[in-house]
Design a binder for this molecule. Structure first.
Ligand SMILES: [Zn+2]
Length: 365
């Protein structure tokens, strides 16, 4: 482990040591903070199982159920971000907290939830409930009282991905499996409507690397990447490759110069055209390329330049952790995705599930 990596491990551990002792703190992002931390440490080969297995009980205490009363009565279940929000008979679980909780439990090797049929069925019913019947996309939460899809919640591609990832972790592998809980055709239609004319996916017809990664990861888990039109796939690969910032023009497919770049950004990836590079987009772009091209993607981009950008420009030399770019402070989200991008390059990371490959392999994911 290099000195910088040791500092990064310290940076992450420091954040974790503050949680979950602050159980009363009403930070609804706690589950996300623990997820980014535990996954980062595991990816850096810190032995998180003995060190953090004590978190399992705390995570499980955030599992909540609600009774849905309609034509028939049934129970749904999922994870809430904060126990302060968990009031009886009020639906507070969310799809992101549920995915974070399940992935943390897998990473610290706690199968209690995953092997409990009653709980896994409640979670599947919750996921099913979050799909919007009219267009097939997903919201992240349900209305507090009616448990109907929240009318005020966004339904962008992130939540479709999260819904499918949860079902995948809970055992769905074929379209038939998924169809027992969600309408796969409607979801595929919803995703295809977000394909942009010049390639990649986005809301409002503007290609965006984050949404592209969500759409492609969803299709990957549904085993539907092969159904994408060839021209769209080629355009998407080209668009993604062009996101790597370079002063030499983009590497393999075109000779044009990228229009906007900052010298400090060279090697990094931007999330949209004409934007500055950002650590997290290295992961979103590389994950998308790895889904579309299997292993060939390493020849399409300059992996050594991404690594150089991450290690020299965005990993903080003083306090450890990764920052968004050369001008910001380190945070856990960019730390996790910086490490994820590095490990993806070295074949040690499961991009579509956003966990170390060793964890995915252990659970046959
Ligand atoms: Zn970012």
């Amino acid at each position: 482990m290099t000195n910088n990596t040791k500092k990064t491990v310290k940076f992450i551990s420091r954040h974790l040591s503050l949680l979950p002792s602050q159980q009363q703190c009403n930070d609804i992002n706690k589950m996300a903070i623990i997820f980014y931390s535990i996954v980062s440490l595991s990816a850096l080969d810190v032995d998180v199982i003995p060190q953090y297995s004590g978190y399992a009980e705390w995570i499980r205490s955030h599992y909540k159920t609600s009774i849905v009363v309609g034509e028939d009565k049934f129970i749904i279940g999922g994870f809430t971000g904060s126990l302060n929000m968990a009031v009886p008979n009020v639906t507070t679980m969310s799809l992101p907290n549920t995915l974070f909780a399940l992935l943390i439990l897998l990473t610290i090797d706690d199968e209690t939830i995953l092997t409990d049929n009653k709980i896994t069925n409640e979670i599947r019913r919750f996921v099913s409930r979050c799909q919007i019947k009219s267009h097939g996309g997903f919201v992240s939460t349900l209305d507090y009282h009616t448990s109907e899809p929240s009318p005020i919640d966004s339904h962008d591609l992130r939540f479709s991905y999260i819904a499918v990832a949860i079902l995948y972790i809970l055992g769905c592998r074929t379209v038939e499996d998924f169809d027992r809980f969600i309408d796969v055709n409607k979801l595929l239609d919803f995703i295809s409507k977000r394909q942009c004319d010049i390639g990649a996916f986005g809301e409002d017809s503007e290609p965006h690397a984050g949404y592209t990664s969500c759409a492609l990861s969803t299709l990957h888990l549904l085993k539907k990447v092969g159904a994408l039109p060839k021209q769209f796939k080629d355009d998407t690969i080209e668009w993604l490759v062009m996101r790597q910032v370079s002063n030499l023009g983009c590497m393999s497919l075109q000779d044009e110069l990228n229009e906007s770049y900052d010298l400090a950004d060279i090697g990094g990836f931007q999330g949209r055209e004409n934007k500055f590079a950002d650590t997290c987009y290295a992961f979103w772009c590389l994950n998308s390329l790895s889904i579309l091209t299997n292993d060939n993607w390493r020849q399409l981009v300059k992996t050594e330049l991404v690594e150089k950008y991450l290690a020299e420009t965005t990993e903080n030399k003083l306090v450890g952790g990764y920052q968004k770019n050369n001008e910001s402070d380190p945070d856990l989200y960019h730390t996790c995705l910086g490490i994820a991008a590095m490990e993806l390059i070295h074949g040690n990371f499961d991009g579509p599930l956003c966990i170390p490959a060793k964890v995915a392999t252990k659970y046959n994911l």
